[in-house]
Design a protein around this ligand. Structure first.
Ligand SMILES: [Zn+2]
Length: 264
């Protein structure tokens, strides 16, 4: 991967209650941006007006309306390439991103590799480039997406792929869920010092309305129970919750995900 490339400049645009639409600046043509998962056109158009930037392309991770709902409104201002997974529910797609598809925009100085990460939805993809990961609703800081369409085995395999990326990778997720996720993470692992420390930092950021994202993958590997299904502490907590012994990490994952679904 391209871990030696200079870090991307990425801006967070808020949408709805807790969505982030990421605007990736072109390193080669400052003022041109790629929007990731524009669920709503209005805040993106407002940010483009405010900053004088122009939209160069759109990347979509999955078909949910809060991730694609703004595409039509953005295209109404001018046609740009729309990259998304092979899914009939994404009508405006001009380029299909399948597992291994390389998205290369040399004029923008941007290139991404596509990873198929089914689980939240069957066709969900993530984009990796220049040390950044745009993972939509598959992986969140300290948590992961719900399985609306996929199986626990699929989601677990998808998270394994993301966990194998270089540890310095910065994760740009689709939602600000970190504080709530940490409450669950610390229920699973109450003695996880890295998670306790992270919880304090996230509380301070959120108190001044600062996004907790992006999050470095190496931190997630320390605090995110869904990336820690091979750890004895997580396995023991999941086994205790399930009331039975759990062997494979994928089995631990399935119990954790069901536990989180009912966690308040
Ligand atoms: Zn979603």
């Amino acid at each position: 991967m391209t871990s030696q490339a200079p870090p991307l400049r990425v801006r967070a645009v808020r949408a709805f209650a807790d969505n982030y639409i990421w605007l990736i600046e072109s390193p080669r043509q400052p003022g041109r941006v790629v929007a990731v998962d524009p669920g709503d056109a209005a805040p993106v158009l407002a940010e483009l007006r405010r900053s004088g930037a122009h939209l160069a392309a759109i990347l979509l991770t999955h078909h949910h309306p809060d991730h694609i709902g703004g595409v039509a409104g953005l295209l109404a201002q001018g046609a740009v390439p729309v990259v998304g997974p092979d899914d009939a529910r994404i009508a405006q797609r001009t380029l299909t991103a399948q597992d291994g598809t390389r998205i290369d925009w040399p004029e923008l100085g941007l290139a991404f590799e596509t990873l198929a990460v089914p689980g939240h939805t069957v066709s969900h993809v993530a984009y990796v480039g220049a040390g950044a990961l745009f993972c939509g609703d598959t992986l969140f800081s300290a948590g992961c997406g719900r399985m609306f369409e996929g199986t626990a085995a699929q989601m677990s395999a998808s998270l394994d792929r993301l966990r194998a990326l270089p540890p310095e990778t910065l994760m740009y997720c689709g939602h600000e869920y970190t504080a709530a996720n940490l409450r669950f993470a610390l229920t699973v692992e109450p003695a996880n010092g890295a998670a306790l420390d992270y919880q304090r930092r996230v509380a301070a950021w959120r108190a001044v309305d600062r996004p907790s994202l992006p999050a470095p993958l190496h931190l997630e590997i320390e605090v995110n129970p869904f990336l820690r299904c091979d750890q004895p502490s997580v396995r023991a907590a999941a086994a205790h919750h399930a009331g039975r012994a759990l062997a494979a990490p994928a089995e631990v994952f399935a119990v954790l995900r069901a536990w989180k679904d009912e966690f308040r």
